[in-house]
Ligand binder design. Structure first.
Ligand SMILES: [Zn+2]
Length: 343
């Protein structure tokens, strides 16, 4: 039983509990999975769904989901008709239309098993109207239905929803767990670790605590632009701290993308980098979100005053805001340089 849901890494307590509850038929009709992006919410929901419909559920000697029976395989292939994922597609919120569909769909009995499972992604971005509509379904769900509400901030859900669905939290993985998993899963990870350890450290750091993110970064086409962004941001922050002179600074600044969305990514990375350096002034052990080489970051932090870093961070945050307000991009970057007194 302990091996249940072995396909999930990390979150041991959760996966053991979910596996046992699914096997014993006491899995709740609705639950909220709360956790930061990349902490495995989707995977846990999918694997628990598989455990709920696994054809070997009653075989006490088999860890579930078995991942080999017909139902398990269909779930892994994304072809199981009774697992329905609802998301906001490219909209900012999850609106009433998606919930209206769900309200009707729950009454259609399952096709292939005795359960029907709905995974609602970004449930905390449901509009109040959608939440109220969902509540009606949640109050009296058909007996075969299970809802997984995935979210980053459960407090944004109506109290009446939260009181009907227990909240479980997913924990981020340590970089050691991610490292082990990646090297085991994908030979490209082990190879990069061996041939280019600093690049590999950079990839782990760029992926935050997200295993899915880290796996996608192993794809060279995905990783190349992120790597380039991180390199330019590092170069720019170092040049700023070393007061490299207006010409150099402007050359680097104008290498930043001249389009709003990609520029925002660069500026957000730069803000993370400066925050790291400010945190290092407080303690050498501060968790870092941008720099992967702590020694390099500590040394850089020592070269800058806190006052300067603070001024630089404010200038970057202002540039992010200006960029949002459709300011002229070159002017926005010039303003960054002057307000941080880089030129
Ligand atoms: Zn199975």
């Amino acid at each position: 039983m302990k091996q249940a849901l072995t396909a999930i890494i990390g979150n041991e307590a959760l996966r053991t509990r979910f596996g046992e509850d699914a096997r014993l038929g006491r899995f709740p009709h609705a639950c909220i999975l709360e956790g930061a992006k990349g902490t495995g919410k989707q995977t846990i929901a999918k694997m628990t769904a598989a455990a709920l419909v696994c054809e070997r559920k009653n075989d006490a000697d088999t860890p579930i989901p078995c991942l080999t029976c017909r139902n398990c395989r269909k779930i892994l292939e994304g072809k199981f008709p009774d697992l329905i994922v609802i998301n906001r597609e490219d909209k900012a919120t999850l609106g009433i239309d998606a919930i209206r569909f769900l309200k009707e769909d729950v009454h259609i009995v399952p096709n292939d098993s005795d359960a029907k499972i709905y995974v609602i992604e970004d449930a905390d971005l449901m509009t109040p109207q959608a939440q109220n509509a969902f509540l009606l379904t949640l109050e009296e769900p058909p007996s075969y239905v299970h809802f997984f509400l995935l979210c980053e901030h459960a407090e944004l859900l109506l109290e009446t929803i939260r009181s009907r669905a227990p909240i479980f939290r997913t924990e981020p993985l340590s970089s050691e767990q991610i490292d082990n998993y990646l090297c085991e899963k994908d030979s490209r990870a082990a190879e990069m670790k061996r041939l280019s350890p600093s690049e590999y450290a950079d990839l782990l750091s760029a992926s935050g605590a997200g295993i899915g993110q880290a796996l996608s970064y192993l794809e060279p086409k995905v990783w190349a632009p992120i790597r380039a962004r991180r390199a330019l941001v590092r170069e720019l922050i170092t040049a700023a701290i070393d007061r490299e002179g207006a010409k150099n600074i402007l050359t680097l600044l104008f290498k930043l993308p001249q389009k709003r969305d990609p520029l925002e990514d660069y500026l957000l990375s730069a803000a993370d980098a400066v925050r790291d350096l400010m945190l290092l002034k407080k303690s050498d052990l501060s968790p870092l979100s941008f720099y992967s080489n702590r020694a390099e970051a500590s040394e850089l932090s020592d070269r800058a005053s806190l006052l300067f870093l603070d001024q630089l961070l404010r200038a970057i945050l202002q540039a992010i805001e200006d960029n949002h307000k459709n300011a002229n991009i070159r002017l926005c970057l010039l303003h960054l340089a002057t307000s941080a007194e880089l030129i």
